[in-house]
Design a protein around this ligand. Structure first.
Ligand SMILES: O=C(CO)[C@H](O)[C@H](O)COP(=O)(O)O
Ligand SMILES: [Fe+2]
Length: 216
């Protein structure tokens, strides 16, 4: 079980402090949400954030969740910035182009993942499985932090788990102490949590509580 905090809703003017607090609580990977204002109706970070993150925290893993359909323009920038794992949306390009982008990431020495929006059929993953290091099942419509975990999510996680075998299934959106449990029972092993970790009580307390729930 791995918790990958999303810094989307962290205090932008104190990011290093907030990341350090989560690291202190045992976090080894961060989930960096990249939104381009077009694929999703919101803007967030660019490659500079990833580069600065790796410069300041070289021992932490940077997982990039790319919410853009400009894969040709954006993927090389995030590779250069030092991302350890890049996951892009299945909906971002034609189906026949997706395997090539996954190969591009692997050839660049970066782990590769695919993200599925809540309306995309799970079976599209099947031909891609040999090229995937991780599968991200969105449990909200992407674009904003602080949304509610969708009711349909557990059955989708289970369907992905049944297909994926050993490939880790990650969940993203509305994860808290209750929904993390549901996602875990359905087969998820990587848990993105944004507002649960950064917009409530002390960061270390939130991480410890989520860890406790996932270890039960
Ligand atoms: O990809 C995302 C939104 O598109 C974020 O990773 C996600 O929403 C995390 O925030 P929260 O845990 O608050 O839902
Ligand atoms: Fe995300």
């Amino acid at each position: 079980m791995l918790i990958a905090p999303s810094i989307l809703n962290a205090d932008n003017l104190n990011l290093a402090k907030e990341i350090a607090a989560a690291k202190e609580a045992g976090i080894t990977r961060f989930h960096l949400d990249i939104m381009d204002g077009h694929f999703v109706p919101n803007l967030s970070f660019g490659p500079q954030l990833v580069q600065d993150f790796k410069k300041q925290f070289p021992d932490l893993e940077a997982e990039v969740h790319l919410m853009s359909s400009n894969l040709r323009g954006m993927l090389p920038d995030f590779v250069k910035a030092g991302a350890d794992l890049i996951e892009f949306h299945y909906e971002a390009d034609y189906a026949n182009q997706i395997p090539g982008w996954l190969d591009y990431l692997h050839d660049s020495g970066v782990k590769a993942g695919i993200v599925l929006n809540p309306d995309t059929e799970i079976r599209v993953l099947k031909p891609l499985l040999p090229k995937l290091d991780q599968i991200l099942i969105m449990t909200v419509y992407p674009g904003f932090g602080g949304q509610k975990f969708m009711e349909v999510a557990p059955s989708r996680i289970k369907a992905a788990k049944d297909l994926a075998g050993e490939i880790p299934i990650e969940v993203d959106g509305g994860i808290n102490a209750e929904t993390a449990k549901l996602a875990k029972e359905a087969g998820a092993t990587v848990f993105v949590a944004g507002s649960y970790i950064f917009s409530q009580k002390a960061i270390d307390q939130q991480v410890a509580e989520l860890k406790r729930i996932l270890e039960e």
